[in-house]
Structure formats: C-alpha cells, structure tokens
Design a protein around this ligand. Structure first.
Ligand code: CA
Ligand code: CA
Length: 170
C-alpha cells in the first residue's frame, strides 16, 4: 500500500486530536487534554483557569463536531475527519483559529506560570508533550513557535501556528 505524504500528515493530525487513541475523536479527547494540562501545571479544575480550560475544550469540540461530525453521532471518525474537517479547515483557516482560540487562550493562561501573558519556550514544550508530541519534537516545535526569538510565545503566535499546522495543504 502506498501512503502519500499527504495521507501520512493527515493521520498524524488525527492522532493528535484522538488523544485517547480509541480510533475516533469525541468530547472525551478534548476534556482529557484539558485534564492532563491542568495536572501538568498543578492547576485545580475548579479554579477560574481550570474552568476556562474546560469551557474552551468544550467549545473546541463543539466547533470541530459542527464541521466534521456529519452523521451527528458525537464522534468524528477518521473518514469524517479527512472528508469534513481537513477540507473545510483548509478552505477556511481563520474559522479553525476561531474555534481553537478559547482553548488555546485558556491553555496559555494555565501554562503562563510567570503571569506575563506569554509562555516560555520550555513551558510550551511541556504543553505539547502533554498533548502527545514526543519530547524532542515538542522542544523543536516550541522553539520554532517563538518566531521573534525573545524566548516567549504569545497567543497570536500559538493560534496562527496551530491553524497552520492543522490546515494541511494537499
Ligand atoms: Ca478518542
Ligand atoms: Ca460521526
């Protein structure tokens, strides 16, 4: 079987959303990611930041389901992801940035341990690792996100990079 570079990249994106690896994307993948991030940074689920992260995760899920869950069974299969999400996100990357932003904004607040409205490269790597990236890849990606090289990553850098990564060109 020949797997194209495009298919390989789509599979990698699907695997990131399918956090628990059970073969489909659903609400649990998003709430699970929120839970893991809170645990990594020692933030209580009941705190304002914890609640904001769960709300952002739910909004992200609802947005993805609205785009991709064609049969409305509250699960996004790989086929729905490829035929729905990937095409529509590629056609409209701004829409994707919009649905991901509340979650990314809240994740940034959780990881902003210095409290200066940005996240250091090291904490960004921690976030990426919690979301399932291999440790060395997480460090590389985090460094790449810091486009102006000041050691800090702000919301716009994260949202833009995220949208770029998931709107895979064919
Ligand atoms: Ca899953
Ligand atoms: Ca479905």
């Amino acid at each position: 079987m020949v797997t194209s570079e495009y298919e390989r990249r789509i599979a990698a994106r699907f695997a990131i959303f399918d956090q628990d690896g059970n073969g489909y994307i659903d609400r649990e993948d998003f709430s699970g990611a929120a839970k893991a991030l809170l645990a990594e940074f020692g933030t209580a689920a009941r705190s304002d930041r914890g609640q904001a992260l769960y709300i952002g995760a739910e909004a992200f899920w609802q947005g993805m389901a609205g785009i991709a869950d064609r049969d409305g069974d509250q699960r996004i299969t790989r086929e729905e992801f490829v035929n729905g999400a990937v095409k529509r996100l590629r056609d409209n990357p701004d829409r994707f940035a919009e649905i991901a932003r509340p979650f990314l904004h809240a994740a940034l607040a959780v990881a902003d341990t210095a409290g200066d409205d940005a996240v250091g490269v090291e904490n960004t790597a921690r976030v990426l690792k919690v979301l399932g990236l291999a440790e060395d890849l997480a460090a590389t990606v985090a460094a790449t996100l810091d486009t102006d090289g000041d050691g800090r990553i702000d919301e716009e850098e994260i949202v833009r990079a995220f949208a770029r990564y998931f709107t895979v060109p064919e």
